[in-house]
Design a protein. Structure first.
Length: 79
């Protein structure tokens, strides 16, 4: 669905926004890693109202997101 694994550090121009509650453990790290391996930047809302803009002023109550990073350690998978 996302395509082939990209060379490490390559960005394909794709972005994934994960809308989750503040205390949510989603997305699983293995999912973040799968997206990252395919050159997709992954962000999660953590219950915030977000803004996606370029060269625009800040808006009260809106926040920017921090990109989720690839991690070597992932969750255990229960079959």
């Amino acid at each position: 669905m996302l395509g082939a694994i990209a060379e490490e550090g390559n960005y394909t121009g794709k972005v994934a926004f994960v809308s989750v509650a503040n205390d949510s453990d989603h997305p699983l790290q293995m999912v973040v890693n799968a997206f990252t391996r395919r050159g997709v930047k992954v962000y999660k809302t953590k219950g915030n109202v977000i803004r996606h803009s370029k060269n625009m002023p800040d808006r009260e109550g809106w926040v920017s997101l921090v990109k989720l990073e690839f991690e070597q350690k992932i969750e255990e998978w229960d079959e």
